[in-house]
Design a protein around this ligand. Structure first.
Ligand code: SAM
Length: 265
C-alpha cells in the first residue's frame, strides 16, 4: 500500500487535505500573472484550482506515477504541465513566483534538500506556502488507533518492525528555522489545531487518504507484510475509531497542522 494504491480514491477521500489547501491558497493570494509550482501535487485537485487563479505557467510535480497519471487525466485541456519527480530532485532555477506545497511536506525524505531546491526554483521576491500535518502526535485519534495495533496480538509482532516514513517537527519555531537556514525570510509559521466531527467510517476514509500509505507500506517494514496482517491492521484501526465515537456516534478528529509562508527576499 502506497500512493499508487490510493490514487484512484484519493480525491473522494481527501476532504481534510482539500480544506487545508483552500486555506493555504487564501494565505498565498496568487495574482493573475504569476507562475506557480504545486509541489507534491498528487492527483492535481489543488493544481486545477491554481490554474483558475492565474494566467501564468502552472506546473505540478509528484514522484508517484499513479497519482500523477490521475492528475494528467483529470487535467486534460487545462494547460498544466506535470513532471514526475520528488522535491529532492527538483531542478528548476529562478522560474516561479509561487510554490504551493499542500499535505506533502511530511513525506519528504530529505526536507533540508527539498527546501533548498524550492529556494532555487523561486524568483527573487517569490514566495512559498506550505501546509502539512505537524508534531509526532499529529492526529491523536490516529495515534490511539495505532497504539491498539502496537498491542493487538494479531499485529504487534509485525508492527514492531514498522519504521515511520514521516518528517514532523514539534514547534512552529523549528519549521521556521528549517526554512530560514535555506535563505528564506519566514513571514508566518503557525501550528493550528483543527477539530472536525465524523462518523468512525468517515475517519477510516480520512485515514485511508494518506496515513495508510505509510502504515501499510511494505517499504516501511523490514519483514514481509502478509494479507492476514493487513486485514487485522484494518480491523484493529476501524475498531478503535468505533470505540472513539461519543454518544452521538461521532469522533472528534483533531489535527495539528503547520501553515508556513516564506519569501525569497
Ligand atoms: C496527501 S498527498 C497530497 C496531494 C496534494 N498536494 C493535495 O493537496 O491533495 C501527498 C503527496 O505527496 C507526494 N510525495 C511523497 N513524497 C514526496 C517527495 N519526496 N517529493 C514530492 N512529493 C512527494 C505523494 O506522492 C503524494 O501524492
Amino acid at each position: 500500500m502506497n500512493f499508487s494504491d490510493i490514487a484512484g480514491e484519493y480525491e473522494r477521500l481527501a476532504s481534510l487535505q482539500r480544506s487545508a489547501g483552500e486555506r493555504l491558497l487564501s494565505l498565498l493570494r496568487i495574482a493573475r500573472d504569476e507562475d506557480v509550482l504545486d509541489l507534491g501535487c498528487g492527483t492535481g485537485g489543488l493544481t486545477r484550482r491554481i490554474r483558475k487563479l492565474t494566467a501564468g505557467r502552472v506546473v505540478g510535480v509528484d514522484p508517484s506515477p499513479a497519482m500523477l497519471e490521475r492528475a494528467v487525466e483529470e487535467s486534460r485541456g487545462q494547460e498544466i504541465a506535470y513532471e514526475l519527480k520528488s522535491a529532492e530532485e527538483l531542478d528548476f532555477a529562478g522560474c516561479f513566483d509561487v510554490i504551493v506545497c499542500n499535505s506533502a511536506f511530511q513525506w519528504f525524505r530529505e526536507p533540508e534538500k527539498a527546501v533548498g531546491n524550492c529556494f532555487r526554483a523561486l524568483r527573487r521576491g517569490g514566495r512559498l506556502g506550505m501546509q502539512a500535518p505537524a508534531k509526532r502526535a499529529y492526529c491523536p485519534s490516529f495515534i490511539e488507533a495505532i497504539e491498539r495495533v502496537r498491542r493487538d496480538r494479531r499485529t504487534s509482532s509485525t508492527f514492531s518492525r514498522f519504521r515511520e516514513p514521516w518528517f514532523f517537527l514539534e514547534s512552529a519555531a523549528e519549521y521556521k528555522r528549517l526554512f530560514e537556514s535555506a535563505g528564506f525570510k519566514v513571514r508566518l509559521s503557525r501550528i493550528e489545531c483543527t477539530t472536525t466531527e465524523h462518523t468512525p467510517e468517515e475517519v477510516f476514509k480520512i485515514f485511508s487518504s494518506g496515513a495508510i500509505a505509510g502504515y501499510l507500506n511494505p517499504a516501511c517494514y523490514d519483514v514481509e507484510l502478509t494479507e492476514e496482517y493487513v486485514s487485522a491492521f484494518r480491523q484493529v484501526v476501524r475498531r478503535s475509531f468505533e470505540e472513539q465515537a461519543d454518544e452521538r456516534g461521532l469522533v472528534r478528529l483533531r489535527f495539528h497542522r503547520i501553515f508556513l509562508l516564506a519569501v525569497k527576499a
